[in-house]
Design a protein around this ligand. Structure first.
Ligand code: NAD
Ligand code: GLY
Length: 362
């Protein structure tokens, strides 16, 4: 078993373990009851995940709410359904919500937990690679609004994260690649995270591509552990994204605009992040922030994973720019860009000329 402890300095009680293990769901409640005092549980999931993994959570003290699948359902109406269900089953303050699914369910169920009776415990059970390496850790919970992604939300840490690598067995290649995009993101920012040791994630990804695509569990567990450790090191320094945490949004400034302009229906989050990483590397090359050598090396890592490199739509550059400006990461009307500066390092900049930004939008 691999365990990573996520420590949030402001409150000791906000530390929690991320447990990574193949077959973990067989004893999910053994862990859950160790970390919560709940008498009753509400499992929030969607129809796809429920069919595949829901049975591990059936017991006398648990009820389910099964939502429709998809990013378009990460909205206030589904959030309301979760709250209705919690009220209907008379969930009390010490009871808990279990978020069983990918990032959509995790973000939405976590947000419901943060506002139900001013906050009850929740447990993240991430079932996609993306949610195991990223969204289940760090406490960003939200739903989308018509006017922007994740616009309604909170910072609210889970009590426990249970990542069973067996759930990756049922992911298709598209969803695997979606998770890989967020993993590669960590490789580009590793040295800026403030870790005391080197993980050499870039090299790990270069060496292990075949095994990752074969879903070799030993390799997957190591990969998840590295990403969760890096994320927890960042979140430990800046839980509420006042500064450093923004580096986790490498590639996301473009990605969120792409998702929004395509109504969240064309690209998965990871696909949009992948396109966004290609775009930000191009931008970094154009403003001479990185050497040609590093640019080629970075692109070749992305290419080697056969991630999606550009959007097929022809975006209107002005509309694209305005969409980026409506993101919640904008401060004083300035768009934050996470710019690569050298190997595995990035810096946050908000002074990039609009024309240069638009030159990357094809
Ligand atoms: P998702 O939750 O939509 O899951 C992707 C698809 O895989 C869905 O169709 C889902 O039903 C299916 N699925 C889930 N588990 C499965 C399994 N084990 N086997 C087969 N199919 C399975 O998407 P995602 O990529 O997990 O997460 C994306 C979301 O996460 C976005 O909304 C994004 O904004 C959010 N996110 C949040 C954070 C954060 O820090 N909170 C970080 C990154 C992304
Ligand atoms: N995925 C970005 C963050 O957690 O801050």
């Amino acid at each position: 078993m691999t365990e990573v402890s996520v420590k949030i300095p402001e409150q000791k009680a906000k530390s929690y373990p991320v447990i990574i293990l193949e077959g973990l769901l067989n004893s999910a409640y053994d862990y859950i009851t160790k970390y919560t005092k709940a008498n009753k549980f509400l499992v929030v999931t969607n129809d796809v995940v429920n069919e595949l993994w829901g049975e591990y959570f059936i017991n006398d003290n648990t009820q389910f709410i099964v939502l429709p699948d998809g990013e378009i359902y990460k909205n206030i109406h589904c959030l309301n359904q979760i709250l209705d269900k919690a009220l209907e089953m008379k969930l009390e303050r010490k009871d808990a919500i279990i978020a069983l699914g990918g990032g959509v369910i995790g973000d939405m169920a976590g947000f419901a937990a943060s506002i139900y009776q001013r906050g009850i415990d929740y447990i993240q059970v991430p079932t996609t690679l993306l949610s195991q390496v990223d969204s289940s850790v760090g406490g960003k919970v939200a739903v989308n609004h018509d006017l922007g992604k994740n616009m309604i939300g909170a910072f609210y840490q889970p009590k426990l994260v249970l990542a069973d690598t067996n759930t990756i067995n049922t992911l298709d290649e598209r969803q695997l690649k979606t998770g890989l995009a967020e993993i590669i993101k960590y490789a580009f920012i590793e040295k800026s995270c403030g870790a005391k040791r080197e993980y050499n994630l870039f090299e790990f990804l270069t060496k292990n591509r075949e095994n990752i695509y074969k879903k070799d569990h030993k390799v997957l567990k190591e990969l998840i552990k590295i990403c969760v450790e890096l994320k927890s090191i960042v979140v430990n320094q800046d839980e509420k994204e006042n500064g450093l945490r923004a580096i986790l949004n490498f590639g996301h400034t473009y990605a969120h605009a792409i998702e929004k302009l395509t109504d969240y229906e064309v690209y998965t989050h990871g696909e949009a992040v992948s396109i966004g990483m290609y775009m930000i590397l191009e931008l970094a090359k154009n403003i001479n922030a990185i050497s040609d050598e590093y640019y080629k090396k970075a692109i070749s890592l992305l290419d080697s994973y056969k991630l999606i490199s550009s959007a097929k739509e022809k975006f209107n550059p002005d509309e694209f720019y305005e969409t980026m400006k409506s993101d919640k990461k904008v401060k004083d009307s300035k768009i934050n860009f996470i710019i690569p500066t050298e190997e595995k390092m990035v810096e946050i900049r908000n002074n990039i000329d609009k024309n240069i930004v638009l030159s990357g939008i094809k």
